[in-house]
Ligand binder design. Structure first.
Ligand SMILES: [Zn+2]
Length: 440
């Protein structure tokens, strides 16, 4: 890398208002010549250790105290930990916000919900654009991540180039073909030089490299083929448009129609289709209101709740509280996401509830025989193997149930009562896991 040339005329100050050493509430203020540009403004979700708290915000007071010097916000991508605090910022400041069309679409919805749309001037940037934003000469480059249309920002300053990587997952074969512009980064490094690299990515400290998102498509397609004749419900992040694309492609290839469930899932799918980054033909997508008109084996429901969020669609289904869909023993549920660090317990609870909702009893033949109150309790062992996955899944486990978590009971052809029918979790390094309730 060349030594960056610096004129040294105007210093640049960077103040981090959140996001360092933590996952969430990313926000930084870049300052030169007395003017400030904000880079991302995200929130952190409050955990169980903060009861009653809706969101954890960056130090916005720092910005409010300097409000007359803040020129704009740059939104690098549309994850909540990068845009979730914008409504709080805009309650006090009125600013232009720069971002890609998809990112701005997500922000627009958020601001409309908060009745703050008139406080922001949304300005679209395209890959390769170079714009003056406040006192900064900003260049926007594409970057691959688990949400589409993210941007690297190169700030060309008197102190040299400051490169902000945004969140990234380097993927040389991205689903949408939009690759990270590594060649331009190389040219900046070889040309003016990069004075400062601001770089952060979850799991960056783990050795090795990530597989391409494209590889998940083959796994999804195989899962849907294996579950032919059954209704399939896939839970994923509503913002992971590339994953949704692959789920939809697999569904369509196996003769299914896509049905979206969950407010954010429906909204994001519509936005992504509107801006042309999610391709699902009209004939292959139906409203959830129509689900009773479609044969179950022709349905692939894509829903929210992959993290066990309490109000998400899958959680409601698992609790038997969904107004649209009730899971039964002929359904297969696929979790197409890793748990975000911190969400493991919620997801595990959701999984347990989903499998527990699929119980039937060989003894009384009642579907959803609730142990503890059913006639079968006396015959139910307090511990019993409920899930044994074949070795081909990559690992094999036996889970023990108690009466509260019994899954599905069935009979061998001889009629002798026997256990288990499946229900378990498996995960692979390609980023999916599945539970299913299958017939013997
Ligand atoms: Zn992100």
């Amino acid at each position: 890398m060349n030594q960056p040339a610096t004129s040294g005329s105007d210093p640049v100050r960077i103040t981090f208002l959140g996001g360092l050493g933590e996952i969430g509430r990313n926000c930084a203020a870049l300052e030169t010549r007395g003017r400030i540009v904000v880079l991302d403004c995200g929130q952190m979700f409050a955990g169980d250790d903060l009861p009653g708290v809706d969101a954890v915000l960056p130090d916005l007071d720092w910005l409010f105290e300097r409000g007359d010097r803040v020129d704009a916000v740059i939104a690098t991508h549309a994850h909540e930990d990068h845009i979730g605090a914008l409504p709080y910022l805009l309650t006090h400041l009125s600013l232009p916000i720069f971002g890609s069309p998809f990112t701005l679409g997500m922000i627009e919805h958020k601001l409309r919900e908060a009745d703050l749309l008139d406080r922001a001037d949304l300005r679209k940037v395209s890959d390769g654009d170079r714009l003056d934003i406040g006192p900064f000469d900003c260049e926007f480059l594409p970057v691959t991540h688990s949400i589409p249309s993210g941007n690297i920002t190169a700030f060309h300053t008197d102190q040299g180039v400051i490169l902000h990587s945004s969140d990234f997952k380097l993927d040389l074969t991205p689903v949408d073909g939009r690759r990270t512009d590594l060649s331009r980064i190389g040219a900046l490094a070889a040309g003016p030089g990069i004075r400062l690299l601001l770089c952060d990515s979850t799991n960056a400290d783990r050795p090795g490299s990530s597989r391409s998102e494209r590889e998940v498509g083959a796994v999804l397609a195989a899962l849907l083929r294996e579950n032919e004749g059954r209704r399939v419900v896939v839970a994923s992040f509503a913002s992971h448009i590339h994953r949704l694309q692959q789920i939809a492609d697999a569904a369509i290839a196996t003769g299914r129609v896509v049905v979206t469930l969950g407010l954010s899932m429906r909204r994001n799918v519509k936005l992504a289709r509107d801006v042309g980054i999610l391709r699902i033909p009209d004939h292959a997508i139906r409203d959830i209101e129509d689900i009773d008109d479609i044969e179950p084996e022709r349905v692939c429901v894509i829903c929210t709740g992959s993290q066990g969020e309490p109000r998400a669609a899958l959680t409601q289904m698992a609790m038997g509280e969904s107004r649209w869909l009730e899971l039964d023993g002929d359904d297969t549920v696929i979790f197409s996401s890793h748990p975000i660090p911190g969400n493991e317990a919620a997801r595990s609870t959701s999984t347990r509830r989903a499998t527990a909702s699929n119980r039937s009893c060989a003894r009384c033949t009642r579907w959803r025989c609730r142990s503890g109150s059913s006639p079968c309790t006396a015959n139910t062992p307090t511990s019993w193997p409920i899930a044994t996955w074949p070795a081909r899944w990559g690992w094999r486990t036996t889970t023990w149930c108690c009466a509260r978590t019994a899954t599905r009971w069935s009979s061998r052809p001889t009629g002798s009562p026997i256990w288990v029918r499946s229900a378990g979790i498996t995960s692979t390094s390609t980023g999916w896991s599945a539970i299913s309730a299958t017939r013997c």
